[in-house]
Design a protein around this ligand. Structure first.
Ligand code: PLP
Length: 389
């Protein structure tokens, strides 16, 4: 099997699994208890908090552990609204993850949402953000990098614009973390979401960065865990794993990790762009994650391509989602102004530090021959011959 779907999730790093293992075994103490077993769990959490803080240039007390990126995103929005009852307007972009878009939309009509458009390159225009801010704006939330296309938004500039207007700023860094350096210490980012499973920790753990002094109202109430900011007995093994994964990610990035990802991604693109006619890169080539390639291939429905590549043991993704038996074009591609046809022929290839160039070459061979096969079966461009659903 060749796994090139690392924006969907990543394999748990063996050092991460080893770090969490004792907390699935003999170290089962509740961190809120005072005897040594519990105290050791507390110390493990404190250590993980330090490791996560170091990854993003934060202070340990600015990190709140959550269950996932979705919870962090939801909590950031809910808090901004709860802490500022007079403000009922939110600004985001049209390419956010559904953890932002659907949570915000569910609060309508009490909450008014402005979705900033993106260019064909996939980028928001910071001047549009400045124009959209109003006295009643509670929060600007803009993703650091898009999970589908890998496009990196001008987050630091947007955060500065929000702050100059006196508005809180949140960023969903779930798909950026571990792939590019992320630093919050410029002071304009108030909240930032992370999710462990995107950078080699297990699923079911995330974090929310809360800048010191930012007003915060928790999403979950109950016990006083996480300094009253997130109730619920801490998931010690997962938190320990997140800490270790953050430490490994920081070291990887310090040792040219982003450049190494880009080498693999570029090799893959070079092979595909060199061998396939009518293949297009989607979005800006300049501002994008080093691990992500988002491509559309004329006359090759992504659903068909995914079936053939999966048969050869290659794991990749299409931009489209399958709902009620019909393949729907990706809303991200639509937001970038692409036709449904181009959206339905888009694929996402996302590498990690666990891939190597042999796998990349094999993956390229598999994709190239699948494209040839599909095209030979549907020469007139008149709909899929291999039924995707
Ligand atoms: N935000 C982005 C950009 C994502 O890619 C994802 C996961 O796909 C999420 C949020 C949600 O994270 P989780 O799966 O940890 O809830």
């Amino acid at each position: 099997m060749i796994y090139l779907d690392n924006n969907a999730t990543t394999r748990v790093h063996e050092e991460v699994a080893a770090a969490m293992a004792p907390y699935l075994g003999e170290e089962y103490g509740n961190p809120s208890t005072g005897y040594p077993l519990g105290k050791r769990s507390r110390e493990a959490i404190d250590h993980a908090r330090q490791q996560v803080a170091e990854m993003i240039g934060a202070l340990p007390e600015e990190i709140v552990f959550t269950s996932c990126g979705t919870e962090s995103d939801n909590a950031a929005i809910a808090s901004a609204l709860a802490a500022q009852p007079g403000r009922r307007h939110l600004i985001t972009s049209s390419v956010e993850h559904s953890a932002i878009i659907l949570f915000a939309k569910a609060l309508a009509p009490e909450l008014e949402v402005t979705e900033l458009p993106v260019s064909a390159d996939g980028l928001i225009d910071p001047r549009e953000l400045a124009k959209a801010i109003r006295p009643e704006t509670a929060l600007v939330t803009l993703m650091w990098a898009n999970n589908e296309t890998g496009i990196i938004q001008p987050v630091l500039e947007a955060a500065q614009i929000a702050h100059e207007a006196g508005v809180l700023f949140h960023t969903d860094a779930v798909n950026a973390a571990g792939k590019i350096p992320i630093a919050v210490n410029g002071g304009n980012i108030d909240m930032l979401s992370l999710s462990g499973h995107k950078f080699h920790a297990p699923k079911g753990v995330g974090a929310l960065y809360l800048r010191r002094g930012v007003p915060y109202k928790p999403l979950l109430s109950g016990g006083g865990q996480e300094d009253g900011r997130r109730a619920g007995t801490e998931a010690v093994p997962q938190i320990v794993a997140l800490g270790k994964a953050a430490e490994l990610a920081r070291h990887r990035l310090a040792e040219n990790g982003a450049e190494k990802l880009a080498e693999l991604r570029d090799l893959l693109e070079e092979r595909l762009l060199g061998a396939i006619d009518g293949i297009h890169r989607n979005g800006t080539a300049e501002y994008r994650l080093p691990n992500t390639s988002h491509l559309s291939i004329d006359n090759v429905p992504a659903g068909d391509l995914l079936i053939l590549t999966a048969e050869k043991g290659l794991c990749i993704s299409s931009g489209s989602a399958c709902s009620t038996g019909k393949r729907e074009p990706s809303r991200i591609m639509q937001a970038m102004g692409h036709s449904d046809e181009r959206a339905l022929s888009s694929i996402r290839l996302s590498v990690s530090s666990m891939n190597n160039s042999d796998e990349i070459n094999q993956a390229a061979d598999i994709i190239i021959s699948a494209v040839e096969k599909i095209r030979s079966l549907r020469p007139q461009n008149n709909g899929p011959v291999i039924v995707a659903e």
